[in-house]
Write a protein that binds this ligand. Structure first.
Ligand code: DC
Length: 219
């Protein structure tokens, strides 16, 4: 791991806007991005495609070890198949969240995530970027937004993509996923001690990005 490459971590619950914010912060700084959730989603998709038992911790970790992934500016390939839309499906995200407590899986993904620390800098988005994967990050953000605001955002995103969505169902799913992410014993979703908590419930994406850039300019 090249610890000289600066890292900003952005952790937070599902649909808090981390992904969009991470990409915009990275593009302003000319840095790369790690969407660590995508690695969990890719594992979940591969588990489904290969009919692996999700409760078999070793088998799931093996899937993660052998994932054949290529990230491109416009998408992501899994075993040479373009899967950007497939991994965004709600059932894939839900399975990712159910697989995520598996310590063998988390261990399997650790080196892959740290390998993204290259080039001018890295903005890493996830749940445990600041607490586990990049403990020495130069700036740690914990991005929160209330669950209704997040469910509404997710609902709009899905409808904009032509996917049918129901706010009540999304809200229930999101509460369940939040509880699983926060309560799990391994790498739970908690702010690092040295993280700045940013509440984006009433901020636009631009304001959230600016808040983070302001914090970075003071590091
Ligand atoms: O950020 P996301 O919704 O794409 O992540 C999907 C799931 O992957 C999430 O519910 C929990 C898991 N995850 C994790 O455990 N650790 C990370 N660093 C990123 C995601």
């Amino acid at each position: 791991m090249n610890t000289l490459v600066p890292v900003i971590t952005i952790d937070g619950p599902t649909a808090s806007g981390k992904g969009t914010v991470a990409h915009r912060v990275a593009s302003k700084l000319g840095w790369g991005v790690l969407d660590s959730g995508a690695l969990y989603r890719l594992t979940a998709l591969a588990v489904l495609q290969h009919d692996v038992d999700p409760s078999d911790a070793h088998a799931v970790a093996k899937v993660a070890h052998t994932l054949q992934v290529e990230f491109h500016p416009n998408g992501v390939l899994l075993a040479n198949q373009e899967v950007s839309a497939l991994i965004r499906q709600e059932h894939v995200g839900n399975l990712a969240s159910r697989l995520a407590p598996n310590p063998l899986l988390r261990e399997a993904l650790l080196a892959r995530q740290r390998a993204f620390r290259a080039g001018a800098g890295l903005v890493a988005d996830g749940r445990d970027m600041g607490t586990i994967v990049f403990q020495d990050a130069n700036l740690k953000i914990f991005l929160v937004a209330d669950v209704l605001a997040r469910a509404q955002r997710r609902c709009k995103q899905l409808i904009d993509k032509g996917i049918s969505a129901n706010l009540e169902d999304l809200l229930a799913d999101m509460r369940e996923r939040d509880a699983r992410d926060v309560e799990r014993a391994v790498a739970p979703l908690v702010p690092a001690q040295d993280a700045h908590v940013v509440d984006s419930s009433n901020l636009t994406i631009e304001q959230t990005v600016q808040t983070i850039l302001d914090l970075w300019s003071r590091v």
